[in-house]
Write a protein that binds this ligand. Structure first.
Ligand code: TXA
Ligand code: MG
Length: 320
């Protein structure tokens, strides 16, 4: 298994040698390698079992460094960068040729993000190259929000995981770019869209499609547990599965459903706080997936604010 620790200089050494390190961010843990070293980048794809048509996000420490990798930052996106970086925002920007084709899967835009997690911020400041880092999970599975999640799944394949505790946001970054002159969101994520719209006006949303080659994070089935994951009205589902005699576990937003016969339950936020629910979402899905049951029953959140991004992940987890 990998070593887990807080040693930034150790992480730096491994990355400088062209190898990979698990890194904490405020959204989810990343599987990081030198973004300017094509060998390191290809190790990322191999380690995650990720198809090479799915481009990576480049992480760096400051907006002045972003301009080393992109030709320009369109005005509206600059407003968003100034408002939300460092933080859970990824911008699609026209790339310079210094960024290897492998990072962008040959696209002429590169996804860029400045994360706010203090350990990774310090690591990025000390490195003289940016980090390519997808979420540190095998392709298609639930994203990791603790160092131990990374170790459970990729610990055989990497030597070090930088331990930054539990991720504060718990959902991947919101991905935004320009399409036909309009600010466009490609993936709902850790920033409430309403906050983005406050800055740049109404934004365009690309249709979710399982065949959208531009952002495979939008693949219909993604973020999936290995157990069947069924979404619906929980009291009804609980009764139905109890009647059928099928073992189930429940992921509820706020209720404990005490009046129903439901022993295995994880509650995302007893206070009905969507930030708390987001923070707990992926860890809860992992706990439920490891329980000795045949099916996981879950419900959607209110369709507002972060609830939209959470619901997006829930629907993908439930998609076949
Ligand atoms: O919060 C996050 O964004 C985390 C942390 C580690 O930073 N990273 C993450 O990376 O979620 P990943 O690789 O799991 O998801 C990145 C998504 C993918 O769906 C990919 O298709 C999309 O970003 N993407 C990357 N570059 C793109 C580009 N040039 N155009 C369109 N989509 C792009
Ligand atoms: Mg991912």
């Amino acid at each position: 298994m990998a070593e887990i620790g807080k040693d930034i200089s150790k992480a730096k050494q491994i990355l400088e040698a062209g190898k990979l390190v698990g890194i904490p961010t405020e959204t989810v843990y990343g599987l990081a390698g030198n973004a300017l070293n094509a060998d390191a980048v290809s190790k990322i794809f191999e380690t995650k079992n990720r198809p090479s048509f799915d481009p990576l996000i480049l992480h760096t420490s400051g907006i002045e460094r972003v301009l080393d990798f992109v030709k320009e930052i369109p005005e509206d996106l600059k407003i968003l960068a100034d408002s939300f970086w460092p933080g859970p925002l990824t911008l699609l920007l026209p790339r310079k040729s210094i960024v290897p084709d492998l990072v962008t899967s040959g696209l002429d835009t590169v996804a860029v993000r400045i994360p706010s997690h203090p350990l990774t911020k310090e690591l990025l400041t000390e490195l003289d190259f940016p980090l390519a880092a997808p979420s540190a999970n095998p392709f298609g599975y639930i994203s990791p929000t603790k160092a131990s999640h990374v170790n459970d799944q990729l610990g055989q394949k990497i030597s070090y995981i930088l331990d930054g505790g539990s991720c504060e946001v718990g959902l991947e970054s919101t991905i935004v770019g320009m399409e036909n002159g309009k600010v466009t969101v490609y993936r709902l994520g850790g920033i409430d869209l309403r906050l983005i719209e406050e800055k740049v006006g109404e934004i365009h949303q690309v249709a979710h499609s399982s065949s959208n080659p531009k952002a495979p994070g939008l693949l219909q089935s993604h973020y999936s547990p290995t157990k069947p994951f069924v979404l619906g009205d929980l009291p009804k589902l609980i009764e139905e599965y109890t009647d059928k005699g099928i073992d189930f576990a429940v992921m509820s937003f706020r209720d404990s459903f005490e009046e129903l016969d439901c022993k295995k339950i994880v509650i995302l936020s007893p206070q009905a706080d969507l930030h708390e629910a987001a923070k707990n979402l992926f860890a809860s899905m992992r706990i439920l997936d490891s329980m000795d049951v045949s099916v996981i029953l879950a419900e959607l959140m209110p369709e507002e604010g972060l609830g939209k991004a959470i619901n997006d992940r829930l629907r993908r987890a439930a998609a076949k």
